[in-house]
Design a protein around this ligand. Structure first.
Ligand SMILES: [Zn+2]
Length: 194
């Protein structure tokens, strides 16, 4: 496939172009790349502001055609990781989580090596997380990695302490013990008031 040279590149330009189409009811905007609903930089009225540093987000468009990977399946949507600070875009993905991870490889390299923590939102939890993660990480929109014990296993935009992504870690029981034992003192080690 060829890409027309006039086609916008990057999350900011694509979403800005999409909004014009979205509000033009004579056009079908679904096949146009745009920031996916609820993801970083998304607004249905206001074009996104470019960020000063690299910030991950998610692009989506309808597809309804054979998968670009040649698998013979039909994909309803395509997704790509993208950046609010530059025009980088990741490869076409079927699922949202893969694309979001691509975006973090671009914006916050090293995130995969960070410790996964349990989902906690107390003051003590945040102090603990700040000690485990690099200085200034969350101020730069960095993600937090959490072990999900509930039914919600998808990555969540805006749920990290600084407004970045909460990236779910799939944690089989055995893997979870080994993964967490070293970097994260669990409740037994926390000096909580009895
Ligand atoms: Zn970037």
């Amino acid at each position: 496939m060829t890409t027309p040279s006039r086609e916008p590149r990057g999350a900011v330009a694509r979403h800005t172009a999409y909004l014009t189409q979205f509000w033009d009811k004579t056009k079908d905007s679904r096949p146009t790349w745009h920031i996916d609903w609820g993801h970083a930089g998304f607004d249905i009225h206001t074009p996104p502001e470019p960020t000063s540093g690299h910030r991950p987000t998610l692009l989506a468009r309808s597809w309804e055609r054979p998968a670009p990977d040649g698998s013979g399946e039909t994909w309803s949507y395509l997704h790509r990781g993208a950046c609010l600070g530059c025009t980088w875009e990741g490869p076409n993905r079927r699922g949202t989580d893969e694309a979001i991870e691509d975006a973090h490889d671009h914006s916050h390299p090293g995130w995969r090596a960070l410790p996964a923590v349990l989902e906690r939102r107390s003051r003590h939890w945040f102090t603990h997380v700040q000690r485990l993660y690099p200085a200034g990480w969350f101020d730069r929109g960095g993600p937090i990695r959490t072990v999900r014990t509930g039914i919600e296993k998808q990555h969540k935009p805006g749920a990290a302490p600084g407004g970045g992504y909460d990236l779910a870690t799939q944690a089989p029981e055995r893997q979870r013990r080994t993964a967490i034992a070293e970097p994260l003192p669990l409740d037994a080690n926390e000096p909580e008031a009895a």
